[in-house]
Design a protein around this ligand. Structure first.
Ligand SMILES: C[S@@+](CC[C@H](N)C(=O)[O-])C[C@H]1O[C@@H](n2cnc3c(N)ncnc32)[C@H](O)[C@@H]1O
Length: 287
């Protein structure tokens, strides 16, 4: 692949999270879609527009954008993850949506062309830059003067117990420190004032961040333990969890699942999934 500034993230999304994401696509799509749809409404892609989908993953938003811009428009999906892009290609070839193209690129440093896009969009794909100022400046260069950048990113851990509860419990189980929230990761852009300042320094004149808070439905059709297992495989305690003897793994799963019982969507049906609070920022920035 071309130049990469985020080698650690590249490894993570190719070897760790990407394959888990592809295997759990339906479940993950279930709870990210409502936030992405809110961002798509703000982005309001129009017939004939050229769109860049940053960190497009398995291509769900790329296809939605392609549908909106139609045959006269185009959508380029970029991502670090080979397995997720392969899935995106597969979905695009089976879809009747408009023109799509996928490339394996690091959005922070890739040459995306100057003023090439009317809309730069991302659903939870811009929180992983080692240098977010450089990443947003690179996206700004790719945007036309009248264009817009629209993305959703997670608010802080306390607004997202659906993610933080399992991660915190796992870190505690393995006696690990909590990673700093502003490093590359899901909570990197949780501070809207900092994100606004980053975007302004990257050349965006107008920046608005709207809160989108909702209940998220998780783990439908899975046992609590299976759902927790999937989360642990993508979380900060992945390695010690995988290295633990099977008996200890089972204990960890049972302990964390026990903490989630109060969130069951239907207490009569343990496979009916969890309903938990989640909150994202929908950010709209213009040059
Ligand atoms: C949380 S996933 C979201 C995927 C997809 N947008 C979705 O909503 O289903 C984050 C995605 O961003 C990608 N990503 C992370 N850092 C990136 C970078 N520097 N350049 C391009 N993609 C990146 C990851 O590979 C991953 O597919």
């Amino acid at each position: 692949m071309a130049v990469v500034a985020n080698a650690e993230q590249e490894r993570f999304w190719n070897e760790v999270a990407g394959p888990v994401w592809v295997a759990n696509e339906v479940e993950l799509e279930d709870h990210t879609r409502p936030f992405g749809d809110a961002a798509l409404r703000v982005a309001d892609p129009l017939d004939g527009e050229a769109v860049l989908d940053v960190g497009c993953g398995c291509g769900s938003t790329t296809l939605a954008l392609a549908h909106a811009v139609g045959g006269r428009g185009s959508v380029l999906g970029i991502d670090l993850s080979g397995p997720m892009l392969a899935r995106a290609e597969q979905r695009a070839s089976a879809s009747a949506a408009g023109r799509t193209e996928f490339r394996r690129l690091d959005a922070q440093v890739a040459d995306l062309g100057a003023a090439a896009f009317d809309l730069v969009f991302s659903r939870f794909g811009v929180m992983f830059f080692a240098d977010p100022a450089a990443g947003f400046a690179n996206l700004r260069r790719a945007l036309r003067a009248q264009g817009r950048l629209v993305f959703c990113c997670w608010q802080g851990s306390s607004a997202n117990p659906w993610m933080s509860l399992v991660n915190r419990a796992a870190l505690q189980e393995f006696d690990l420190p909590v990673p700093p929230p502003e490093g590359p990761g899901p909570f990197a852009l949780a501070d809207a004032a900092r994100t606004t300042a980053l975007l302004q320094s990257a050349g965006f004149g107008t920046v608005e961040a709207h809160s989108d808070a909702r209940q998220v439905h998780l783990g439908r059709g899975q046992s609590l333990e299976d759902w927790v297992h999937g989360r642990l495989l993508m979380g900060p305690a992945r390695q010690p969890y995988l290295d633990a003897p099977p008996e200890h793994q089972r204990e960890v799963l049972a302990t964390i699942a026990g903490q989630l019982v109060g969130f069951l969507a239907d207490p009569e049906d343990p496979e009916g999934g969890l309903m938990m609070d989640g909150a994202a920022w929908v950010v709209h920035a213009r040059p």
